[in-house]
Design a protein. Structure first.
Length: 480
């Protein structure tokens, strides 16, 4: 068996490396733009790179004059056409990325919206400061993260929106306004999680926190006991970050679950300076190849789960700084294949619904053959602020990674499966996340986001000519 696995693994490794070496594909080429899922190639008029505020204002004014729609782009890791539109202008903000100010006393950082979390962490680390809320990976831009209202591993904060003091927004009419909760709460709540449909986020002031040393405690938890475990976890002020994984492997499908907790350590960074050094991706080729093995075979999923579980449980009592605890490897996510793609979806269910939800989800997956590669578990607090809030209650989030073909029939098949999963989620008073490929029906979206009509009305109010546009909004704005 070991010999067979070795042969299969090495064959997979060789094929994958050959494929990637001979597959040339850019996210913008010959006037056609794509996002990382590469499922919605779209012809645009032009791609403009924002570098200075006055220049960005001019780009918006020119698009207005030319009657061209504008989409706003960061690193294009949303997967549903959120950052471009047919025959429109795409404003690439990745070069508008300066760190403008850090205030250690107030614990704030002021940055331009094209800055990545990696840049922010590198700027904060010398001040012994760290980010409060960000994704598990640090390759995304702040503007894109605000537009999706991301959440992360911190179990005592809600979403990114809860850490924003204010931002400046370039509106469709060319005005620049400062937006915060007190003076412009309506616009504040529409822009956070608003997918770039209300204007260009220019810069933002974020709350940050102390960089600390955490000690990992990892363990297994039974699915039936998970709600009580989560409540105790969130009530413990000394547990700062946490996440879990539940098996997608055939032999243990949705039965095996492990958790990773980051406990506050009373050891200081001054006592262990080596922990302050920011880590980078190391040996991600192994993760890439194991994941590729699991894309292609059922036994690969069992092998990956077994190794993954053993590895994370082996981290018990390891120590990391907060900054490094929020710098997960990301290179392996940049999957690129001419025939198939990895797509993310995320589902949210109230904490007490979790065991029954998992039972229903398992029943569905046992009879459906969608290629589910991974399920990561996080925790999000009820958040009534953003108009398009995904957290109607204190929720457990399940981040799902699927793989499917790029042919029309493959996408349609995946769409049917994911719509069924959304139905299971809605049955348990849940919701789903919007930054990914739009498999959901309009009805499913409205049930998950009951204020969607309010969002549409506000969009018409602030942008009556529809200057800011993207494929995602076009689909759900018009579909009945």
């Amino acid at each position: 068996m070991v010999l067979l696995l070795s042969v299969v693994f090495l064959s997979s490794y060789g094929i994958q490396r050959y494929t990637l070496a001979h597959y040339q594909d850019d996210l913008y080429e010959n006037g056609v733009i794509q996002d990382v899922a590469r499922l919605l190639p779209t012809k645009i008029k032009r791609l403009e790179t924002g570098r200075e505020e006055e220049q960005i204002v001019d780009i918006i004014k020119k698009a207005n004059k030319d009657h061209l729609p504008v989409s706003i782009s960061g690193n294009r890791h949303s997967q549903g056409g959120h950052t471009y539109y047919s025959n429109g202008v795409v404003l690439d903000m990745t070069q508008y990325n300066q760190i403008l100010a850090i205030d250690p006393k107030r614990k704030t950082i002021h940055v331009q919206s094209g800055a990545t979390w990696d840049q922010i962490q590198k700027a904060l680390a010398p001040h012994r400061l760290a980010v409060k809320v960000m994704q598990s990976q640090n390759i995304f831009t702040v503007g894109g993260s605000i537009s999706a209202n991301i959440h992360g591993r911190d179990i005592h904060h809600e979403s990114l929106g809860s850490t924003i003091n204010w931002f400046r927004l370039l509106l469709a009419d060319g005005r620049v306004v400062k937006v915060d909760r007190e003076t412009n709460s309506e616009l504040f709540n529409h822009v956070i999680g608003g997918y770039g449909l209300f204007g260009v986020i220019l810069d933002v002031e974020l709350q940050v926190t102390d960089d600390e040393i955490y000690e990992i405690q990892s363990n297994t938890v039974a699915v039936k006991d998970f709600p009580e475990y989560v409540k105790k976890l969130r009530a413990n002020p000394y547990i700062k970050l946490a996440y879990g994984r539940i098996s997608t492997a055939p032999q243990t499908l949705l039965n095996s679950l492990f958790v990773v907790e980051y406990h506050h350590s009373f050891e200081t960074l001054e006592q262990n300076e080596s922990l302050r050094v920011l880590k980078s991706d190391e040996q991600t080729w192994l993760t890439e190849e194991l994941l590729n093995f699991s894309r292609k075979t059922q036994i690969g999923k069992d092998v990956l789960w077994d190794l993954q579980k053993k590895y994370f449980l082996s981290l018990n009592h390891s120590k990391f700084s907060r900054n490094n605890s929020m710098r997960s490897e990301s290179d392996f996510l940049l999957y690129k294949n001419p025939n198939n793609t990895d797509v993310l979806q995320e589902f949210f269910v109230p904490i007490d619904e979790f065991p029954a939800y998992i039972e229903d989800l398992k029943r569905f997956l046992e009879k459906d053959n969608i290629n589910l590669l991974n399920l990561t578990i996080r925790y999000v607090s009820k958040d009534d602020g953003p108009t398009l809030s995904y957290a109607k209650d204190d929720m457990i989030a399940l981040v799902a990674l699927f793989n499917h073909g790029k042919k029309k029939e493959d996408v349609e098949k995946a769409q049917r499966s994911i719509q069924n999963i959304i139905d299971v989620t809605l049955k348990h008073n849940g919701s789903f996340y919007l930054p990914y490929y739009p498999y959901a029906t309009k009805g499913q979206l409205v049930r998950s986001y009951p204020k969607f009509s309010t969002f549409v009305a506000a969009k018409d109010k602030y942008d009556p000519n529809g200057l800011f546009m993207n494929l995602f909004y076009e689909r759900y704005r018009n579909e009945e």
